[in-house]
Design a protein around this ligand. Structure first.
Ligand SMILES: [Zn+2]
Length: 269
């Protein structure tokens, strides 16, 4: 089945991963800007990273017949440094007109601090000013529930934000309901251990239906599996789920959400 992985950090993966993804039916990827496994020392470090995301990775992906798109921001982990964050936010508009850029992300919270919230709100201003889609990172483990509530409150307090143009990622069983109820799109991240397994994702799809629900691998520099979306397809087939429901979650929903940027059309083949 053709699928789209809406959250995959290919800068940290090999060409072998691209090839495996292509063989398994991956037709498009979107790559949010995030931590690089180390803190960058200057705004120029981010300029180089944005160049990599917007110019280098699309070429690497194209060698394997995969479309590559991306999102730009300074991530919540490095947003603790507010002055650096402001320099990066001021530079982002230089890149927003590039063809593969879908919006601002993944912005959010990491340890739910005041500085992170300040930078989050400034990213919202940037997204609104430039009419960009938004992709949200929600915190991990013990910070997730509280952090997700804080993020949703900040989004809902801003009347300029249209929830239909926001994807909230890394949802789990205790956060998915509120994200969908408030009209946002929700992403489930399939990690081998933490976040969500393919089995738990299939449970959530059975419980909440397929509307506004996406699945991704978040494959990155840590322990992760870039082919986790095919694992979900396999798990759903074993359960006897409708092919149309599977396709909706792994292909049609990301395609519909990305198309709101005006810069995405799923490959037809
Ligand atoms: Zn990520």
């Amino acid at each position: 089945m053709d699928f789209i992985d809406p959250h995959l950090h290919m800068v940290s993966r090999t060409t072998d991963d691209y090839e495996t993804l292509a063989r398994m039916g991956c037709v498009a990827i979107s790559e949010p800007a995030f931590w690089a496994g180390f803190d960058r020392g200057s705004a120029d470090g981010f300029r180089d990273y944005f160049e990599q995301l917007t110019a280098v990775e699309p070429k690497r992906a194209a060698q394997f017949g995969i479309q590559h798109h991306c999102w730009l921001c300074i991530n919540a982990k490095e947003a603790e440094n507010v002055s650096l964050s402001r320099e990066v936010i001021a530079m982002i508009p230089e890149f927003l007109d590039r063809p593969g850029v879908l919006g601002i992300g993944e912005i959010g919270l990491n340890k739910n601090t005041k500085n992170e919230a300040t930078v989050f709100l400034e990213h919202l201003d940037l997204a609104i000013e430039h009419d960009q889609l938004i992709l949200i990172h929600t915190p991990h483990l013990e910070d997730k529930y509280q952090g997700t509530r804080m993020i949703l409150d900040m989004l809902c307090d801003d009347s300029r934000i249209n929830p239909d143009r926001v994807l909230v990622d890394h949802v789990e069983e205790h956060t998915i309901g509120e994200v969908l109820d408030r009209g946002f799109w929700a992403g489930m991240t399939l990690y081998p251990v933490t976040k969500c397994t393919p089995d738990r994702a299939a449970d959530m799809i059975e419980r909440f239906g397929g509307e506004r629900l996406l699945a991704n691998s978040a494959g990155d520099w840590g322990v992760s599996k870039p082919t986790a979306v095919p694992d979900l397809i396999y798990q759903m087939r074993r359960r006897g789920c409708d092919e149309s429901l599977i396709r909706r979650v792994v292909h049609d929903n990301p395609s519909e959400f990305f198309a709101k940027s005006g810069k995405f059309a799923a490959p037809v083949r």
